[in-house]
Design a protein around this ligand. Structure first.
Ligand code: ATP
Ligand code: MG
Length: 598
């Protein structure tokens, strides 16, 4: 392709809403243009990268027996009502009516549509296993679209769904897709981690996320730092990262002392209480209040309060709490007024003693004796609280559970030797073992060999295709622009022609262009009538792996300048050798990926 014939416009400045480098660079490079919040046009260069990524995905999935199809983007409400996700997904689904007042939504994910598709045709165990995928535009009405393609409202996803006869077979399908994802992200040259994760409202029991490590990532990860021989490699999204004590706060293990109420006027926070009592925040116990109402029935406005007690310096992990309570969405924190209704006091003076609501204790409190909590009376606390004597007797104690957010420094739950370090990640892929959640709800079953009927075992597997492209840029750029991994670079070579009006120069450039193309390389010639400085800047910004500069004084001496984008190393190569030289450079430019230790 030649620039003079293409619709490509680079910008000196990034749009005001671009906060992170990849969003800035893709906008400045003319790769993407915003249409509305979270909705973008992909320019020709972006589309070229997209097609390359799609091809890699297709190759790896087809190789493992998955089959491509294409489902509709507009879904009838009835299918989503069968699984109750019409309600559960809330405003995330963009719903609308057609001229006949039939309700529809835009596809945010396709479990319902695929399950409907499969149930119509699968009759017997002989029809299984099946693994189907599509690469398609999704729409999610994200509350806060941002960071360009990272969190769009409209975005491209590869979604795959597996159907099997039993759990072992389903887990085999799961493993196959897990392997495919590794192969895909390895081929892209990304630096990523595979982490344990929460299944969200998709449901299911086993799930892993593929997270590209980058400062701008929205996901918070806990990664084992063990570099020993076995290199534990444990990593989890903070949403589910098991929390073990980093340091056990000194626990008073002496025998129970008499319960005592004491005045704490104006002490509303753990920090203030710690200061006044001379204790560490970790030695205090705080109580938080949530509503366990699942919120899926708008008619049911009951508060359904619960209390969670945890160490003064810990925070409740809403996802762990959601899972402990068996809810589909994280429970909401009660307002100050609601806390007062439940306890008779404002939040700074509340505690578990005497409460008539379910009470959960975080694991880190195990073994505590004689601790301090709010007295459920404004400006008073209780000391020498004893779990058995003062809390359990009300009959609402629900036991110890892992409910806190893990932190850097916590012990690794897998190897027990390493400690967590904190990382940021961009979730580019997600694999789920679903079990029979959808097949049961939608009556997708098969007849086994003995004639008995069973719900089909399912898995689902997503890759954020457009997010992955931007994640690659986020991970690979410098101050001047993008540094595309070769596998998904829109073009392999930028041919920067310094004097496009000079026939001899253009003739030589065209020969190099043709020869490179005949060797299978994608070339992009900058043949604009622009100053060399402008062209070099744009070449750096666009970020193709190799730049050949043809023209000027160099060519008069029979020399072409070859610059590798990733290290900006420049070599002067005789014109007749430049195609061979470029070929060698490109063959070596596949940066290695790494699922490297932290
Ligand atoms: P997130 O936690 O980032 O909202 P998710 O867990 O809801 O994503 P999945 O349902 O697992 O997303 O979707 C599969 C993949 O689709 C994700 O791993 C991600 O790469 C991509 N994806 C999800 N939401 C978006 C979005 N708003 N914009 C771009 N890509 C997205
Ligand atoms: Mg996900």
């Amino acid at each position: 392709m030649r620039w003079s014939k293409s619709h490509l416009h680079t910008l000196r400045d990034a749009p005001a809403d671009a906060e992170i480098p990849s969003h800035k660079l893709l906008s400045r490079g003319g790769y993407i243009r915003k249409v509305a919040p979270g909705i973008y046009t992909y320019g020709n260069l972006m589309l070229r990268s997209l097609r390359k990524l799609e091809r890699i995905i297709r190759e790896e999935l087809d190789k493992r027996g998955a089959q491509e199809l294409l489902m509709p983007m507009v879904h009838p409400a009835e299918l989503w009502q069968e699984t109750n996700r019409w309600k559960e997904m809330g405003d995330g689904l963009l719903k609308f009516k057609n001229r006949n007042a039939h309700e529809f939504c835009l596809g945010a994910t396709h479990e319902e549509v695929i399950t409907d598709y499969v149930r119509k045709d699968v009759k017997s165990y002989r029809d299984l296993p099946v693994n189907l995928y599509q690469i398609q535009t999704k729409y999610r009405d994200e509350i806060r679209p941002r960071f360009g393609l990272m969190r769009g409202r409209e975005f491209i996803m590869k979604d795959a769904y597996s159907f099997d006869v039993d759990p072992p077979a389903a887990l085999k399908s799961y493993q196959l897709m897990y392997d495919a994802y590794q192969a895909i992200f390895d081929r892209l040259g990304l630096h990523y981690r595979i982490v344990e994760a929460d299944a969200g409202n998709i449901g299911g029991s086993q799930t892993h996320e593929f997270q590209v490590l980058a400062e701008a990532g929205e996901d918070h990860l806990m990664v084992c730092d063990d570099q020993g021989q076995t290199q534990c490699q444990f990593a989890a999204n903070i949403e589910v990262a098991p929390a073990r004590d980093s340091q056990t706060a000194s626990v008073d293990a002496s025998s129970a002392l008499p319960l005592e109420k004491f005045a704490t006027p104006g002490l509303k926070t753990i920090a203030a209480l710690a200061k006044s009592t001379g204790l560490k925040e970790s030695q205090l116990v705080k109580t938080m209040f949530f509503s366990s109402n699942p919120g899926t029935d708008p008619q049911n406005k009951a508060l359904m309060p619960i209390a969670v007690c945890l160490r003064g310096d810990d925070e409740v992990n809403p996802v762990k709490l959601k899972n402990a309570l068996g809810l589909t969405n994280p429970p909401l924190l009660l307002t100050d007024e609601e806390v007062r209704q439940v306890t008779g006091a404002s939040p700074g003076s509340c505690g578990p003693v005497g409460l008539k609501i379910p009470i959960y204790f975080d694991h880190a409190l195990e073994g505590r004796q004689n601790f301090i909590v709010g007295a459920n009376e404004d400006d008073f606390h209780l000391k020498n609280v004893n779990l058995d004597r003062d809390v359990k007797t009300a009959g609402q104690f629900k036991g110890f559970k892992d409910l806190r957010l893990a932190r850097a420094g916590d012990q690794c739950p897998r190897c027990g030797k390493g400690r967590y370090v904190s990382k940021r990640g961009i979730e580019v892929g997600h694999v789920f073992y679903l079990g029979t959640k959808y097949s049961k709800a939608m009556n997708a079953s098969f007849l086994a060999q003995d004639g008995s009927s069973h719900p089909i075992e399912m898995g689902c597997y997503g890759i954020g295709v457009t997010r992955t492209l931007q994640a690659a840029v986020e991970q690979s750029h410098d101050a001047d622009g993008i540094i595309w991994p070769r596998a998904i670079a829109p073009f392999d070579v930028a041919l920067v022609v310094l004097d496009p009006d000079d026939d001899e120069v253009m003739q030589n450039a065209s020969i190099v262009e043709r020869e490179l193309q005949s060797r299978g390389f994608d070339t992009f010639m900058d043949d604009r009538a622009e100053r060399p400085g402008v062209k070099f800047k744009d070449a750096d910004l666009l970020g193709f792996p190799l730049r050949l500069t043809i023209g000027g004084r160099g060519l008069k001496e029979g020399i072409v300048e070859v610059v590798t984008r990733h290290d900006k190393k420049m070599e002067k190569v005789p014109l007749e050798q430049v195609v061979d030289h470029a070929t060698r450079c490109l063959q070596h430019s596949g940066q290695k990926s790494s699922r490297a230790p932290a």
